[in-house]
Design a protein around this ligand. Structure first.
Ligand code: KIV
Ligand code: ZN
Length: 563
């Protein structure tokens, strides 16, 4: 055997003249079929028990899946019992079709017919393997023998189905040339056409031809070429529903399904979060939500993705990855500062412009569309920028910090994240904000204050401030006048060794915590001696008091020794 990569046989692309699929776009949802309870279940270390399968089934129904492959009833007693319970226990809604899988073998087909007794809507899905490799190494058969397996099974299924159909069962057929992706396309057409004929398919009674990528072996565009070729060559294309069943061995299952739809497929078999053999089946959540983000209604409801993920993880005992599209724990977070800033600006833009579209960079989808929280989008760690902490302060706690304050507070947070070496949560950010600004109460503290306000005949207001201040252990009185409370206070403290501070900027707003509303004031002072600037923040239920506290907070911060 050749060493390493040289031992692999490269995929031989299907030659196709005048391909059209690259010019197509997806405009509507395909027919969805869940294969979670069969393909997904058979790939579990501990297959689901009856209760788990029932719960899973009901979740799929709630999501809106109308065709659900429930298992392989001829494969084991457990699978048979589950099928019977679903039918006899009245679990299947009127508009939902159950699908059962069976190999193209007589005794298994007969057992499967027993299993579906009493069901209203059924798809009987049979398969045999058609690929060159399987024919060579597994079956040791020429194509005629392989075709005979399929057509004999089709004859038996057709014959056995007639009494059930006469009794009123809505019984349809599905055939899978298993390992379609490794089959010569002309032979795939030949065997599928033969099956359509043996099942008496018509444009009114279409048969589902499911063309599986049993093992993904080529690029999605090459698969799309094969599919377009197949659809064009199939004589009874109008009697078939073309279905895809991508597995994910090369990690391209989603692209294969999407390009397969461009190339003419009508239906997709998939599983939640891509559970299934080896690397899994294609993920139905990603496919559906990809459509959603292109303005197409996928006709599946993933608006409570956390609940679906919780059910999935519990029943399958398989974890959903933190970066799984749409569902992973980390997919609505932004660690990088520039991403955080852009998200912040995007959400401000959306508010201010009133746009009806989702226009936020780095968030391809509104997290609320899948029932996810908007708040934890930004996580603060040492890679976060200056805007991230301010964003948390605004969105989590209602503090709308002045823009020019963002770098200063950002640096406070950065120092902490550098020190702890990991992400910090919003509660810790609030704590840092309080320690840094609100609790900057030494050396100066306002103990008592009194305002006297008057307006003269020209409408100018005059305010007199009198108050008691503490400087470490010394208590003293101050008084000053001005055209407003801030001006009066500032003038009062000027003489108390604070004359070197000048007033640069001011902002205030209300913050509401439940029914309790407080005013918050942000004040920027500059120390004339060295030009350094300090923000201060004051909180109070009294709108006149918050700015005075903010002034003292700025002065007190200026007195802190740099650490
Ligand atoms: O992957 C596959 O080919 C299958 C078939 C049985 C449809 O699961
Ligand atoms: Zn499969």
């Amino acid at each position: 055997m050749k060493p390493g990569y040289q031992k692999y046989i490269p995929f031989q692309p299907q030659k196709i003249i005048g391909r059209t699929w690259p010019d197509h776009v997806i405009t509507k949802a395909p027919i969805w079929c869940s294969v979670d309870l069969r393909d997904g279940n058979q790939a579990l270390i501990d297959p689901m028990n009856l209760e788990e399968k029932l719960e899973y089934f009901h979740t799929l129904v709630d999501i809106g899946v109308k065709e659900i492959e429930i298992g392989f009833p001829s494969a084991s007693e457990t699978e048979y019992e589950i099928c019977r319970e679903l039918i006899e226990g009245g679990h299947i809604p009127e508009d939902v079709t159950i699908q059962v899988l069976v190999q193209a073998r007589e005794h298994l087909i007969k057992k499967t017919f027993e299993a579906i007794r009493g069901a209203k809507n059924v798809i009987l899905h049979f398969y045999n393997s058609t690929s060159t490799l399987q024919r060579k190494v597994v079956f040791h058969m020429e194509t005629d023998g392989i075709t005979k397996i399929a057509t004999d099974a089709a004859d038996l299924i057709y014959e056995m189905s007639q009494p059930l159909i006469a009794e009123g069962m809505n019984l349809r057929f599905e055939y899978s040339p298993e390992s379609f992706m490794g089959t010569e396309m002309d032979y795939a057409v030949e065997i599928c056409q033969a099956v359509l004929e043996h099942l008496h398919a018509t444009p009114e009674q279409k048969v589902i031809l499911n063309l599986p990528t049993t093992v993904e072996n080529c690029m999605p565009n090459q698969f799309a070429d094969m599919l377009e070729y197949f659809c064009k060559k199939l004589p009874s294309r109008d009697c078939a529903i073309i279905s895809l069943h991508p597995h994910n061995d090369r990690g391209c299952g989603v692209a294969t399904a999407e390009m397969g739809l461009l190339a003419g497929a009508d239906r997709v078999e998939a599983t939640l979060f891509g559970n299934g053999e080896r690397t899994g089946n294609v993920d139905i959540v990603t496919l559906a939500m990809n459509m959603w983000t292109q303005g197409i209604n996928p006709e599946l409801d993933f608006s409570h993705i956390n609940d679906i993920r919780e059910m999935y993880e519990r029943c399958t005992k398989m974890p959903v990855g933190d970066r799984q599209p749409y569902a992973g724990k980390l997919v609505f977070t932004a660690f990088s500062g520039s991403h955080q800033d852009a998200i912040n600006k995007g959400s401000q833009y959306m508010k201010q412009s009133g746009t009806e579209y989702w226009e936020i960079p780095y968030l391809p989808i509104d997290p609320a569309d899948v029932g996810r929280e908007y708040e934890p989008i930004i996580r603060i760690n040492s890679q976060s920028g200056k805007g991230g902490a301010a964003y948390i302060m605004e969105h989590n706690f209602g503090y709308d910090l002045p823009k020019s304050m963002h770098p200063e507070f950002g640096a406070v947070v950065q120092k902490e994240t550098d020190a702890v070496g990991k992400e910090i949560d919003p509660a810790r950010i609030l704590e840092l904000f309080q320690q840094e600004y609100i609790e900057a109460k030494t050396p100066y503290q306002l103990i008592k204050h009194f305002f006297d306000e008057s307006t003269d005949q020209n409408g100018h207001s005059h305010v007199t401030f009198r108050g008691t201040l503490r400087h470490t252990d010394t208590v003293f009185e101050v008084a000053g006048e001005g055209n407003g409370p801030i001006d009066a206070f500032f003038n009062a403290i000027k003489d108390e060794k604070m004359s070197h501070f000048t007033f640069l900027d001011y902002k205030s707003h209300a913050i509401t915590d439940g029914s309790d509303s407080q005013g918050v004031a942000y004040i920027l002072l500059q120390d004339q001696r060295d030009g350094k600037k300090y923000w201060g923040v004051g909180l109070s239920h009294n709108i006149n008091l918050a700015p005075l506290r903010a002034i003292l907070s700025a002065i007190n911060r200026s007195k802190r020794k740099p650490s």
